[in-house]
Design a protein around this ligand. Structure first.
Ligand code: ADP
Ligand code: MG
Length: 222
């Protein structure tokens, strides 16, 4: 069986791509006992660095899943090489700022069965996310043409119970964008998440993350 390939993507930085990638990868490995691999394609290597910091703090005990840095141009090869060894491969897709580099983001998401797109309720993020959705829809068209499955979902991250949050949901709903019903609150608990211990291993973590994670499992059919 080939791995399910899921990317956490947005053109915008700071919306929670790396945070979500780690939260999801750790929960899938620790709570669902799935064989997970997290591919960090960001040149800043934030996910990998997070793992290295934890290893420096806690010693190099066996991690629940590998985090590997991969240049986007090698992603096709890497996925081919790895997909038989895992149940799920998550890709932390880098932020992109100039249109020349959109090719890199397409390279990453064109291989995916699912794309999770975090946005915050901040106006700047909503505008950038709306632009990014066009790229995702193009990829969806292409994969449909080739008879390959593809789905995408927007998730609101850093939910803070303001009018902006309600407006963000209403805005994307009015455009018919597929969205998660659950959001991720703006919490110290998620900042930054552990690559060793699932946030679901604590009572507070379960209260704040369980419904979001359940919806992720449902929507990605894992
Ligand atoms: N749900 C959240 N609650 C609190 N802080 C968050 C949350 N999501 C992200 N952050 C913080 O916001 C910043 C940007 O998040 P990050 O995951 O690095 O975004 P990206 O990978 O999209 O650039 C980081 O400092 C991170 O700790
Ligand atoms: Mg990041």
């Amino acid at each position: 069986m080939s791995a399910k390939i899921i990317s956490i993507a947005n053109r915008k930085g700071g919306v929670g791509k790396t945070t979500l990638s780690i939260l999801l990868a750790t929960a899938l490995a620790k709570q669902k006992n799935l064989k997970v691999c997290l591919l960090d394609t960001d040149s800043q290597k934030s996910a990998l660095n997070r793992r290295l910091i934890e290893q420096a703090q806690n010693g190099t005990i066996d991690p629940p899943y590998p985090i590997e840095h991969v240049f986007p141009k090698y992603l096709t090869m890497e996925l081919k090489h790895r997909s038989e060894d895992y149940d799920v491969i998550l890709i932390d897709v880098p932020r992109l700022t100039d249109s020349e580099k959109d090719a890199e983001i397409v390279t990453a998401i064109v291989h995916c069965d699912d794309v999770i797109i975090p946005t915050t309720p901040a106006e700047m993020d909503v505008v950038a996310t709306n632009d990014f959705l066009q790229i995702v829809r193009d990829v969806q068209e292409k994969r449909k043409e080739l008879g390959m499955p593809f789905s995408y979902h927007l998730v609101v991250n850093k939910w803070n119970n303001t009018k902006d949050c309600e407006n963000t949901v209403a805005y994307f709903e009015s455009k018919g964008v597929p969205m998660f019903d659950s959001y991720l609150s703006d919490l110290v608990l998620f900042r930054p998440p552990s690559t060793y211990d699932s946030v679901l291993e604590t009572k507070e973590g379960r209260r704040r993350f369980a419904s979001f994670f359940d919806e992720f499992i449902k929507q990605t059919k894992l």
